[in-house]
Design a binder for this molecule. Structure first.
Ligand code: S3P
Length: 425
């Protein structure tokens, strides 16, 4: 589906952002380990999370749909050997987390994925899982992967990479491993696994950037999933850069390990206000009010990078409208996402007229520039590139055409509908 995006004059109104993708994956997978029944409310219907749901069904969970937004996962017959190979689609989170679960099962399984996922690195999980005793056959550390289920032993693993997917994979393997399993990372990555483990009664302890888990059972608990700050990010930046905008985004997860975008945008002079702060299913939630702002540049590096890793493409769009030079570094792993996001952002925003350079581990963006548009852009089979170029299109002088915009459905099928609700033309 190719779409045309036109300049708009103002965004106004109130929207509720769809549920968090990271938390939905975890609610589905962790419930599959409980042997009980749990109600999951307000789950993400993005393709990636539906991929995870299908996989836990193939592993023996029974899914009962209560209504449009609620389902019950009955894990009484889970986990059991799947009859066929498990299709992880486009989802790195599914692949890496489910590998940690499957490595320690008393059965074999295999995983495959789409073209983009099949190029993504899996050494980061295979190496520590092998240290725990895991047995695999793989395609040079990429999918497809055969997993030969076996008994695992705990490890004290020091990761060079701050990655919630790797951390969650190892902690999930640790739930079913002998002894204690610890994972340390240089900076703290998103901690939804830790919070949900606590909520479900696992024996977990956290000291700084080190998390340890003992062999433990998870209790089935009902989980209500908050809105996804990574999805809200596109509307936050849109309201900041489209003149005369004033929007409120309701029910957004503002977990400290995910809210780097708010901190950075505020340091760039953004008018963002958090209200109605509360806790839902062990996660911090708020409503976010955003008004058009005159932005200034920032340097983004170090510990904040994992707190906004998925938001860098849309922060780059904001930086084109900020006075001064924005420098983004320490973000090398962006090259290993659904696309090489450093290169994709540079190529596509350059086409629109941005002054942007690519570095080994980030981007340098000079602002403020009037984006011109009047061109076609590509989204590289990457939902976040698709939505970032869409937001940039809202302030281009002339319309832009985005090729294959349907990739938005990976995380945010409701994107266009919500946009039309606040677009004041
Ligand atoms: C995720 C962790 C991050 C993030 C991804 C979702 C998760 O990946 O980019 O979109 O749910 O754990 P890494 O762990 O590879 O940084």
């Amino acid at each position: 589906m190719d779409i045309t995006v036109n300049k708009t004059n103002s965004l106004q109104g109130e929207i509720t952002i769809p549920p968090d993708k990271s938390i939905t994956h975890r609610a589905f997978m962790f419930s599959s380990l409980t042997k009980g029944k749990a109600k999951i409310s307000n789950y993400s219907k993005g393709a990636d999370c539906l991929t995870t749901l299908k996989i836990i069904e193939q592993l023996g969970c029974h899914i009962e749909y209560l209504n449009e937004n609620e389902l019950i996962i009955n894990a009484k017959d889970a986990l059991k050997a799947p009859i066929t190979s498990l299709n992880c689609g486009n989802s790195g989170t599914t692949t890496r987390l489910i590998s940690g679960i499957l490595a320690g099962q008393p059965f074999n399984s295999s995983l495959f994925g789409d073209e983009s996922l099949s190029k993504r690195p899996m050494k980061r999980i295979i190496t520590p899982l092998e240290l725990m005793g895991g047995k695999f056959n793989h395609n040079d550390f990429k999918l497809p992967i055969e997993i030969y289920g076996t008994e695992l032993n705990g490890i004290d693993y020091k990761s060079e990479l701050a990655s919630a997917q790797v951390k969650s994979c190892i902690l999930l393997a640790g739930l079913n491993a002998n002894g204690i399993t610890s994972f340390s990372e240089p900076y703290k990555s998103r901690n939804h696994t830790e919070l949900m483990f606590e909520y479900m009664g696992a024996d977990i302890s956290i000291k700084g950037n080190k998390v340890s888990v003992k062999k433990s059972k998870l209790n089935p608990v009902d989980i209500n999933i908050c809105g996804d700050i990574s999805s809200a990010a596109f509307f936050i930046v849109a309201a900041l850069i489209v003149p005369d905008s004033d929007i409120t985004i309701k029910n957004v997860g503002i977990n400290e390990t995910r809210s780097g975008i708010i901190d950075i945008l505020k340091s760039m002079n953004a008018d963002i206000e958090l209200t109605n702060e509360r806790i839902i299913s062990n996660e911090k939630v708020a409503d976010i009010k955003v008004r058009y702002s005159s932005l200034k540049a920032a340097t983004i590096q170090g510990a904040i990078i994992p707190r906004l890793i998925d938001e860098i493409p849309i922060i780059a769009v904001a930086a084109t409208q900020a006075q001064g030079t924005t420098i983004i570094k320490d973000a090398q792993d962006l090259r290993n996402k659904e696309a090489d996001r450093i290169n994709a952002v540079k190529v596509e925003l350059s086409k629109l007229g941005a002054d942007i350079q690519e570095t080994n581990d980030g981007l340098i963006i000079n602002g403020k520039t009037q984006l011109t548009g009047d061109c076609d852009v590509n989204c590289y089979h990457d939902h976040r590139i698709a939505m970032s170029t869409f937001v940039a299109g809202l302030i281009c002088k002339k319309p832009i055409k985005i090729n294959e915009f349907q990739w938005v459905n990976i995380s945010f099928p409701e994107f266009l509908n919500l946009f039309h609700r606040i677009n004041n033309h």
